[in-house]
Design a protein around this ligand. Structure first.
Ligand code: UTP
Length: 300
C-alpha cells in the first residue's frame, strides 16, 4: 500500500503586490479588499481554502494592507450593536467569514520583490510541511472549489500540484504554461513549465492560474533564487528547480476564473457572482440586457 501524503493544513495568501493595474482604486484600499457583490475579493479565496480543509491561514502583507488583518478579526463593538438590535442574519454573515482565533498569521514582505519572494517570506510560519498557495487576485468560481479538487488529486499523488486552465493558443505568451505528460489520478504529470513563452512556442495551452500545493523544499530554493523576468524573484523559476528533484502534477480547472487584479476580470466576477444569486439574476438580468442594447461609449 502506498503511504498517505502528509496532509496540507496551511495556506499562504501573498497580498503584498502593488496593484498598479487598478489605480487609483488601489491607492489607499488594497485590491484584495475591493468588493465582489458583497464580499471583499480576499474573502472568496479564504473561503475556498477553508472549504478544502485548510486550518491555518498565512497572509504575506505589505504597506497599506492592515485593513486585511482587521477584516479577519472580530469586530466586538459592531457585533454588540447588531445583537442589541436583533440583527441575527448580519451576525451570522460575520461569523461565517471568520477563521477561528489563532487560525490566522500575518507577516510582512518588506519590499515587493516578486511572488517568489513573497512566498519565501512565509517560510517560518509554514515550517517543514506541504502548504497550499492561493493567489488572491484570482477568484475561481466553482462548486466544489478549485482547492478542494486539487486536494483530491494530492491525496492520491502527493508531491506538488499546480492548477491549470485552458486558454486560447494566441494568448499563451501572456502566461506561465505547463507541458502536459501522462495522465495521473484525475490530473496529469507536468513535464515542463515555461513563463510567457514566445508566440508559437508554447508546449500546451494550459496556463498556471493561481492555485498550488507545494512541498516545503521550495523555500530553500527561493532563499537563493536570483531575480528573473521583470526584475522580480519568480516562483516559476524556483518550481522548475524543485521539479528536477520532485514530482509535479497538473490539475485542470473547468470552472470560471476571474483575474480581479484587472478591471475587466473584476467586473466579470461581479456579474458572474451576481448571476449566481437567483434573486439578483431576476432583478439585474433584464437591466443588463437593456444596457447591452444601448451601449454608447463616451471615450471615443
Ligand atoms: P501581480 O502580478 O498581480 O502583481 O501579483 P501586483 O503588483 O499585485 O499587481 P499589478 O500587476 O501591479 O497590478 C500576483 C500575486 O502576487 C502577489 C500579489 O499580491 C498578487 O496576489 N505579490 C506580487 C506579492 O505579494 N508580492 C510581490 O512582490 C509581487
Amino acid at each position: 500500500m502506498t503511504k498517505e501524503p502528509q496532509p496540507v493544513r496551511k495556506a499562504v495568501f501573498p497580498v503584498a503586490g502593488l496593484g498598479t493595474r487598478f489605480l487609483p482604486a488601489t491607492k489607499a484600499v488594497p485590491k484584495e479588499m475591493l468588493t465582489v457583490v458583497d464580499k471583499p475579493v480576499i474573502q472568496y479565496v479564504v473561503d475556498e481554502a477553508r472549504e478544502a480543509g485548510i486550518e491555518h491561514f498565512v497572509f504575506v502583507t505589505g504597506r497599506n494592507k492592515a485593513v486585511i488583518e482587521d477584516h479577519f478579526d472580530q469586530q466586538v463593538e459592531l457585533e454588540q450593536t447588531l445583537r442589541e438590535r436583533g440583527k441575527q442574519e448580519a451576525l451570522d454573515i460575520l461569523a461565517a467569514g471568520l477563521p477561528a482565533a489563532g487560525q490566522t498569521s500575518f507577516t510582512r514582505q518588506q519590499a515587493p520583490l516578486g511572488l517568489g519572494h513573497a512566498v519565501w517570506c512565509a517560510r517560518e510560519l509554514v515550517g517543514n510541511e506541504p502548504f497550499a498557495l492561493l493567489l488572491p487576485d484570482m477568484v475561481m468560481q466553482d462548486q466544489p472549489g478549485c482547492m478542494s479538487r486539487m486536494m483530491e488529486v494530492y491525496r492520491e499523488t502527493g508531491g506538488n500540484i499546480i492548477s491549470t486552465e485552458a486558454v486560447d493558443w494566441e494568448e499563451t505568451h501572456k502566461y506561465g504554461i505547463v507541458e502536459k505528460g501522462a495522465a495521473a489520478a484525475g490530473g496529469f504529470r507536468i513535464t515542463g513549465m515555461v513563463e510567457k513563452p514566445a508566440p508559437g512556442t508554447a508546449p500546451s495551452n494550459l496556463y498556471i492560474n493561481g492555485r498550488y500545493i507545494l512541498q516545503p523544499e521550495i523555500f530553500s530554493i527561493l532563499e537563493t533564487q536570483a531575480t528573473g523576468a521583470g526584475g522580480e524573484i519568480q516562483l516559476t523559476d524556483a518550481m522548475l528547480k524543485l521539479a528536477e528533484k520532485q514530482d509535479f502534477f497538473g490539475f485542470t480547472f473547468t470552472g470560471r476564473t476571474f483575474d480581479c487584479g484587472s478591471k475587466e476580470g473584476f467586473i466579470k466576477a461581479n456579474l458572474a457572482y451576481a448571476m449566481w444569486s437567483r434573486k439578483m439574476a431576476r432583478s439585474l438580468g433584464p437591466e443588463l440586457r437593456e444596457l447591452l442594447d444601448s451601449i454608447k461609449p463616451v471615450d471615443g
